[in-house]
Write a protein that binds this ligand. Structure first.
Ligand SMILES: Cc1ncc(COP(=O)(O)O)c(C=O)c1O
Length: 370
């Protein structure tokens, strides 16, 4: 079976280097927030091109800490998309703010700026927007930033699926007040457990997030404000430093696999490859196609030993926990129309040529079925 994602493959790819890094931490006897975390923070900030990075326990906490550092809480509304991991929306609710769920562009699957403009009209308490660079494709940041600047909205980029993606010469994570990254094992940059990192070009905001990640401490054991416990551990940081050195090459592999899929799909009328906007350097966290008879298609592939995924089976606003959601009068037509049509093909850098070829043969066989 070719799995749709394979965290084990990503660990094994750099096994020797990773084991050396882990041994270094074990020998040091220092396991939480130490030299490895500080070095990872510096190296990650340099890689993205920002001034500060704060290692935290996971991507959801990174979003929550960003919101808290911006003093966003009860009474405030925060706009984001419904077509995302539920974590994006959960973080808004964790600080007591109200999520406003917006529709996406049908080609890039990222926030449609016209829906943000509508939310600004309809929700006077809108304080912030969280664009999600979903699947590794950057959101329309110039348009989103123009609206945010005009209406004094804070911007937190959700980069959990876009480590290294670019729009023009700018890397995702460099536009907003903050950018939050998940470092979950299957991400383009993944730890060997939970992890997250928050970045900013505003050192005052970053220092506040750093204090809030550990009970609001400035001096040990003295809380200046109420914070949380969201620390990155040394083993994860040491592993992430290794993986960061391979990230560009891993992203190149993802792009090469995507290119093979896209050129094969171009000849098949029943399956539709993902679009890519101008000047985008996609990092293909997921390779998501659209098709009719999606469930039959997935079963057909499964019977040929090929695993597929759904990202996501249900948009957030249709999930039982979010029936109370708020949206604009424009509704969520694109989000709802793609729900039964999307399907993620196998995508991780260690996929072999043979595995990609096998998937393509199955896609062609499905394409030829009447
Ligand atoms: C878009 C997006 N946002 C946030 C998160 C939350 O990250 P974590 O699982 O590390 O809390 C994820 C991870 O699945 C994600 O894909």
């Amino acid at each position: 079976m070719i799995p749709q994602t394979d965290p084990k493959a990503s660990y094994l790819a750099h096994q020797a280097e990773i084991e050396t890094a882990i041994a270094r931490v074990l020998a040091s006897g220092w396991y939480i927030l130490g030299q490895e975390v500080a070095a990872f923070e510096q190296e990650f900030a340099d890689y993205i091109g920002v001034t500060a990075a704060v290692g935290v326990a996971n991507g959801t906490d990174a979003l929550e800490l960003a919101l808290r550092s911006l003093d966003i809480g009860p009474g405030d509304a925060v706009a984001t998309v419904s077509h995302t991991a539920v974590a994006t929306v959960a973080a808004i609710e964790l600080v007591g703010a109200t999520p406003i769920l917006l529709d996406i562009d049908p080609h890039t699957y990222t926030l449609d700026p016209t829906h943000l403009a509508q939310a600004i009209q309809e929700f006077p308490n809108l304080r912030a927007v969280i664009p999600v660079h979903l699947y590794g494709h950057p959101a329309a940041m110039p348009e989103i930033m123009a609206l945010a600047e005009e209406h004094q909205l804070a911007v937190i980029e959700d980069c959990s699926q876009s480590h290294g993606a670019k729009l023009g010469d700018r890397t995702t994570g460099t536009w907003g007040d903050f950018a939050a990254f998940s470092l979950y094992p299957t991400k383009n940059l993944g730890a060997i457990g939970d992890g997250g990192v928050l970045i900013s070009n505003n050192n005052v905001l970053a220092d506040r997030a750093k204090s809030l990640r550990e009970y609001g401490w400035k001096d040990r054991y003295i809380s200046h404000e109420a914070g949380l416990n969201s620390r990155l551990d040394e083993i994860q940081a040491a592993v992430l430093r290794v993986k960061l050195r391979h990230l560009e090459r891993d992203n190149d592999c993802r792009r090469a696999i995507a290119q093979q899929y896209t050129s094969a799909l171009g000849k098949l009328s029943r399956l539709h490859p993902p679009a890519i906007a101008l000047s985008v350097k996609h990092v293909y966290h997921q390779y998501v196609i659209q098709c009719d008879q999606r469930d039959q298609f997935r079963l057909f592939l499964k019977n040929q030993g090929i695993g597929t995924g759904l990202h996501y089976p249900m948009p957030v606003h249709q999930q039982p926990a979010y029936q109370h959601h708020h949206t604009t009068s424009l509704g969520l037509p694109v989000t709802e129309s793609i729900r039964p049509r999307i399907c993620s093909l196998p995508m991780y850098p260690q996929l072999t040529n043979d595995q990609v070829e096998r998937t393509i043969l199955s896609l062609k066989a499905w394409g030829q079925k009447s």
